[in-house]
Structure formats: C-alpha cells, structure tokens
Design a protein around this ligand. Structure first.
Ligand SMILES: *[C@@H]1O[C@H](CO)[C@@H](O)[C@H](O)[C@H]1NC(C)=O
Ligand SMILES: *[C@@H]1O[C@H](CO)[C@@H](O)[C@H](O)[C@H]1NC(C)=O
Ligand SMILES: *[C@@H]1O[C@H](CO)[C@@H](O)[C@H](O)[C@H]1NC(C)=O
Ligand SMILES: *[C@@H]1O[C@H](CO)[C@@H](O)[C@H](O)[C@H]1NC(C)=O
Ligand SMILES: *[C@@H]1O[C@H](CO)[C@@H](O)[C@H](O)[C@H]1NC(C)=O
Ligand SMILES: *[C@@H]1O[C@H](CO)[C@@H](O)[C@H](O)[C@H]1NC(C)=O
Ligand SMILES: *[C@@H]1O[C@H](CO)[C@@H](O)[C@H](O)[C@H]1NC(C)=O
Ligand SMILES: *[C@@H]1O[C@H](CO)[C@@H](O)[C@H](O)[C@H]1NC(C)=O
Length: 348
C-alpha cells in the first residue's frame, strides 16, 4: 500500500508542476480533459486511499510505537467485591503526529497466562500524542473475575517480575482531518514482583509463657520489603506459622498496607512455646545463637470485617522462610538459655 501511495503522490506532484513550467494556454486548452482526469483520480482515488488506508495505518503504527510506563498503582478501600485503584502512568512517543486519542475502557490481563482473562478494567481518559504524557487514573473497580484477580495477585506476590498487558479499542483524531480512525491500544508492561516477600525481618520484642489479653505470647517488629510499584491495603492479616515442618501457631499483623519500599509493622503471635524450646535445644540451632527458621504462609485477610480472598489466597500460595532470633528473646523475657540437648535435667 505504501508504494501505491508514494507512486500516486509522485504522480500528483509531477502533474501539478508541469502547468506552471510550461504556462501554455494552448496546451491547456487542448489537453484540459487529461488534467480533469488526473484531478478526478486524485480526488476520487488518491485522497480516499491516503485517508482510509494511509492515515489509519500511520496512526496505529504511531500508537504501537508509543511506550507505556507504569509509575505506580495504589489499591485502597479493598472490599470483598470491589476496591479502588489509582494508576499513574506516562506515555512516551516521538510526538511527530498531532492527534487526539479518545478515552476508552481497557482490560488488564497477565500476558504469560493463557487464556488471557482480564483481572481488571480501567477507563483511560482522552490523551494527545504529545511526546510525554501523564495519564493518572483513579477509579472504582468491581471484581468481575475473582480467579483472574487472585492469580494476578499471586504472581505479583511470588514472582521476580510479571508481564501485564493493557488493551482496548479506541479512536484517533488526526489534526486537520475530520473523520476519526479506529485503533487498538495494546501495551505490555513488565512489573517488578514482591518476590515472595523475601527479605522479611522479624525482631522479637517480647516472649511470654502466659498469653496476654489477646491470647498472644509473642510480639515483634517486622520489616517487610515490597519491591513492586504497587501499594495494597490489606487490613488485618494472619499467617500460618511453621517450625521444622510443623504448624506451631498463628501470626497476626493488624491494619497492614504494603507500600513500595520497606514496611515496618508491629507483629503479634500465638506460638507453641514447647515447640520453640525444643527446637532451640536441637543442633544446629543451639549452636547458632537461637536463630530459628520459621516459615509463614498467609491464612486470612480481613479488612473492616470483609474477607478478601483475592489477597488471602495469594498470600497462602507461598511459604516464606524467616529466620527469627527467638533464642535471645526467650533469654531476656524468660531468663532461659536453652543448651544443646534441651532444658531436661534442671538446667534452668
Ligand atoms: C499519583 O500521583 C499523585 C499526584 O502526584 C499522587 O498523589 C498519588 O499518590 C500517585 N498515585 C500513584 C498510584 O502513584
Ligand atoms: C462493594 O462491595 C461490597 C461488598 O464487598 C458491597 O457491600 C458494596 O455495596 C460494593 N459497592 C458497590 C458500590 O458496589
Ligand atoms: C501523575 O502522577 C505523577 C506521579 O506518579 C505526578 O508527578 C503527576 O503530577 C501526576 N499528574 C497529574 C496530572 O495528576
Ligand atoms: C509466576 O509464578 C507462577 C507461580 O506462582 C508461575 O506459575 C508463573 O509461571 C510465573 N510467571 C512468570 C512470568 O514468572
Ligand atoms: C532471597 O534473597 C536473597 C538475596 O537477597 C537470595 O540470596 C535468596 O536466594 C532469595 N531467596 C528466594 C527464595 O528467592
Ligand atoms: C508450607 O510449609 C508447610 C510446613 O513445612 C507445609 O506443610 C506446606 O504444605 C507448605 N505450603 C506451601 C504452599 O508450600
Ligand atoms: C487499626 O485501625 C483501626 C481503625 O481503622 C484502629 O481503631 C486500630 O487501633 C488500629 N489497630 C492497630 C493495631 O493499629
Ligand atoms: C483489625 O482488628 C481490630 C480488632 O481486632 C479492629 O479494631 C480493626 O478495626 C481491624 N482493622 C481492620 C483494618 O479491619
């Protein structure tokens, strides 16, 4: 098509040049019909071909060449059936075509999971073809496919990175042309994931043989890294707590919102003290200053009374090993140092 256009344009240029150079009225009088045919050809064939085929193709190509950059996503007001999401993004293009792109509804899906099932829909505002364009969207999102949303959250939580595609049909208005052209906006972006919360630190602050009024016998400060650009409002989160392959208790973090970067929160737990003391007396832990390899895995996520399975199931998909220096806390809180072989024989 491009070659046809070029030939047609070249022809048109030649024709419009000739009369000026020759300037001969007699020639024009004799060959007026030839000029008329060329004019008709230009108006009837070339112009529509350029407008119907050339311009939309250029518009689509320019849109395809533009780059979508994700600056941040904030998920708030998370409820069982809906949440609010704001997305800040930047669209970069060469800015060579002056055009306006209509607002449209786009779907978001995991590029590397078939079939491509949308986990959210977003309403893109009208944009222009400026070289650098900020597109910030804040909207209410009803959950239409819980499974797809849970899978997205799971991949985001577990993986190093993941690819998400945003796709929607819209129209482009090119400056100077009255009609608009249908185009498809389709961009795949790579988002850094949370890597299973790898690097989470738990610093015990209090251990007790007797549970407190909430039934907890362990308190700590935790620092949780969020390597993604996504901020999540989770609410009250509980975790299964395993030690040496056995479930030994439940961990609670209240009012949790994971923002990009590191997140420091108080943590409380109800832990089987017997299992901890036993483990502390076993090699190699008794030789490692009482640092035990706990594993935590999501159990429940409840925000203002509503269960959020799309977070809970994602957090339940993965065991994160966290080495906790619990021996020190047992020593300072209970006055006990567990030797290799355990406390048997009245060592305390
Ligand atoms: C988007 O930008 C606004 C204005 O700078 C800021 O208040 C908001 O937190 C940002 N949201 C996201 C999702 O990054
Ligand atoms: C959002 O979901 C909650 C239940 O999770 C429901 O009570 C509420 O009506 C929903 N809001 C809207 C606007 O649909
Ligand atoms: C969009 O968000 C970015 C931050 O991500 C901010 O710098 C910019 O001012 C925001 N633009 C608008 C129009 O809100
Ligand atoms: C992301 O993690 C899931 C497992 O939770 C895995 O099945 C999938 O292949 C991973 N995807 C990528 C792109 O790494
Ligand atoms: C966690 O991160 C450390 C480095 O920060 C790396 O050595 C380790 O392999 C990671 N573990 C997992 C399970 O990804
Ligand atoms: C997590 O670890 C526990 C104990 O080792 C095990 O029973 C459970 O199956 C593991 N779960 C996952 C999802 O890996
Ligand atoms: C959690 O937030 C609620 C209000 O939403 C507040 O009443 C409560 O004290 C907070 N709890 C913690 C442990 O921060
Ligand atoms: C978490 O639980 C506490 C009490 O158990 C409650 O006061 C608080 O409102 C809850 N927070 C959220 C975000 O649901």
């Amino acid at each position: 098509m491009g070659d046809v256009d070029k030939a047609a344009v070249a022809q048109a240029e030649n024709v419009s040049d000739k009369p000026r150079k020759r300037g001969c009225l007699g020639h024009l009088a004799r060959f007026w019909w030839a000029y008329l045919i060329v004019l008709v050809v230009i108006v009837v064939i070339v112009v529509p071909v350029v407008l119907l085929v050339g311009v939309p193709k250029i518009a689509q190509n320019k849109l395809d060449d533009a780059e979508l950059i994700l600056d941040g996503i904030v998920v708030t007001n998370t409820q069982g059936q809906n949440f609010s999401m704001s997305i800040n993004s930047t669209i970069k293009s060469d800015g060579s075509v002056h055009a306006k792109i209509d607002g449209f509804q786009g779907v978001m899906y995991l590029e590397d999971h078939e079939p491509h099932t949308p986990f959210a829909k977003i309403d893109f505002p009208e944009t222009t073809s400026d070289a650098l364009q900020t597109v910030n969207v804040t909207q209410f999102v009803p959950i239409e496919n819980l499974e797809a949303l849970t899978r997205f959250n799971t991949w985001l939580l577990v993986n190093d990175s993941l690819r998400v595609t945003v796709e929607g049909d819209t129209h482009v208005h090119v400056r100077g042309i009255s009609r608009s052209y249908a185009v498809t906006f389709k961009k795949t972006i790579t988002i850094p994931g949370l890597r299973g919360l790898n690097g989470t630190v738990v610093k015990p602050t209090w251990v007790s043989l007797k549970p407190d009024e909430k039934g907890n016998n362990f308190r700590a400060t935790t620092v949780i890294p969020n390597r993604s650009p996504v901020s999540f409002e989770l609410g009250n989160v509980t975790f299964h707590n395993y030690l040496l392959g056995r479930e030994v208790g439940t961990v609670f973090i209240d009012n949790l919102t994971l923002r990009p970067g590191t997140n420091e929160y108080p943590l409380r737990a109800t832990i089987d003290n017997g299992a901890v003391i036993d483990a502390l007396g076993q090699k190699p832990y008794c030789e490692q200053n009482g640092v035990l390899p706990f594993q935590i895995r999501g159990k429940t996520v409840v925000n203002h009374g509503q269960s959020l399975p799309y977070f809970a199931d994602a957090l339940a998909a993965y065991n994160q090993t966290v080495s906790i220096p619990i021996g020190e806390a047992v020593k300072s809180s209970l006055g006990v140092t567990v030797p290799c072989g355990g406390l048997g024989g009245g060592n305390n």
